[in-house]
Design a protein around this ligand. Structure first.
Ligand code: ADP
Length: 391
């Protein structure tokens, strides 16, 4: 019987699960995405390397009741598709590696305990990532599991990009500007190294615009600044998170409105951003299609904050040679890309309207290159697993 040796990647969120299946030589076999886990509308899509949808087996009613169930269902689908599937390693996206974990590494029980201690730094992500590890340990006992950190790409930041102006003890306690979306920035950097070596050697502002959104200043392939900070709330506005906020607003909510910290967390993580501003949706497609003034204002604010940060990233790097857009919005919304770059001609940034409307790869017409590059966090996790295991 033929055997398919494969590396599995897992990105386990609060209500979604993304899986990737790769050969030992890092060719993509399949990608799966389960959404709305735990709800009746839960759904899974599995695609092969060419993007064609693979058939789903008849799913039991509780197939997507929990992340662990969704993992079993997705694995059953992979097993039906690939003869003698032999998972030789599982790579995990772990949002927070703290100050100490700056490269992919094999997961042990002491490491799990260490990562669990970082959960208060990323309360809405880290526990779900670690639950994904537990589920995979159960599904593949004895198979090496590798942690790949979203914070790792940013660990080399200079002190001024890493700190807040708080009493020094907070810095020592780990209250720092970590930066996230590192797996995506790592991928974009590798793509630039492969296909645009001159740009890779220069100064690039990368905008990862998905449900979560951030920007990163990457000079000579290294992160020097990020809009994300201590938590995944900082920086750009996002689908349901506000981004940069005057901390005085939190004091106002606590002292004047009497909100509890739990209520504030819900407001900041789930009710703000594009959703809160528009009162309509966190989905950019819905906002773009709407003629409601608040939907348009939400998009205007989103683009304005990106534009300000392009300037900030250029300042952090002492100039700008390229801008890269990625993530669901960055890869698909010509409106957002054009509006975010508006008025930045003084930096050498100009958009070719026709190329932008066609979602072309190269959409700049000025001195600064402007690229649209589909990101691929899964392959970065697979590469990390492969490197740790020396495959
Ligand atoms: P996640 O961070 O959950 O992986 P994605 O990177 O898939 O999210 O990005 C999700 C966002 O991308 C949503 O706001 C969605 O509306 C937006 N998006 C996807 N396709 C388009 C499109 N064709 N036009 C505008 N926005 C889009």
């Amino acid at each position: 019987m033929p055997v398919t040796r494969a590396i599995l990647t897992l990105n386990s969120g609060s209500s979604s699960l993304k899986l990737g299946l790769f050969t030992e030589t890092l060719e993509t076999l399949a990608l799966a995405h389960v959404d709305r886990i735990g709800r009746r509308e839960a759904a899974m899509v599995i695609r092969d390397a060419a993007g064609a949808r693979l058939p789903l087996p008849a799913a039991a009613p509780d197939a997507f009741a929990t992340n662990a169930a969704a993992l079993r269902t997705a694995l059953a689908t992979f097993e039906a598709q690939f003869d003698g599937l032999d998972v030789i390693a599982v790579g995990h996206r772990i949002v927070h590696g703290g100050t100490d974990h700056a490269a992919p590494e094999r997961i042990t029980e002491p490491l799990m305990a260490d990562l669990a201690r970082l959960a208060p730094f990323a309360p809405l992500h880290q526990p779900h990532n670690l639950a994904g590890v537990r589920a995979a340990l159960e599904a593949f006992p004895g198979t090496p599991q590798i942690a790949c950190y979203d914070t790792a790409f940013h660990r080399g930041h200079p002190f001024v990009s890493d700190t807040f102006a708080l009493p020094r003890r907070y810095y020592e306690k780990g209250v720092r500007r970590y930066g996230f979306h590192g797996l995506s920035y790592d991928y974009i950097t590798s793509e630039l190294a492969r296909s645009e070596p001159a740009l890779h050697a220069g100064r690039v502002a990368v905008a990862h615009l998905g449900s979560g959104a951030s920007m990163c200043a990457i000079a000579q392939g290294r992160s020097v600044a990020s809009t994300m900070g201590f938590s995944a709330l900082e920086g750009l506005p996002m689908g349901t998170r506000p981004g940069e906020l005057d901390p005085g607003i939190l004091l106002y909510m606590l002292d004047e409105e009497g909100l509890t910290s739990h209520e504030i967390a819900t407001l900041l993580y789930k009710e703000s951003g594009l959703l809160g501003m528009s009162g309509l949706s966190n989905d950019m497609r819905v906002l773009e299609a709407s003629d409601a003034p608040r939907a348009q204002e939400a998009i205007d604010y989103f683009c304005f904050r990106i534009r300000r940060q392009v300037g900030a990233m250029a300042a952090a790097m002492g100039g700008l040679d390229g801008v890269v857009f990625c993530g669901g919005i960055g890869e698909n919304s010509g409106r957002v890309r054009a509006q975010a770059c508006e008025g930045l001609e003084f930096l050498g940034l100009e958009i070719d309207a026709a190329a932008n409307a066609a979602n072309a790869r190269d959409i700049g017409s000025g001195r600064v290159r402007v690229l649209v590059l589909p990101t691929n966090e899964e392959i970065v996790i697979a590469r990390g697993a492969s490197a740790v295991l020396d495959l």
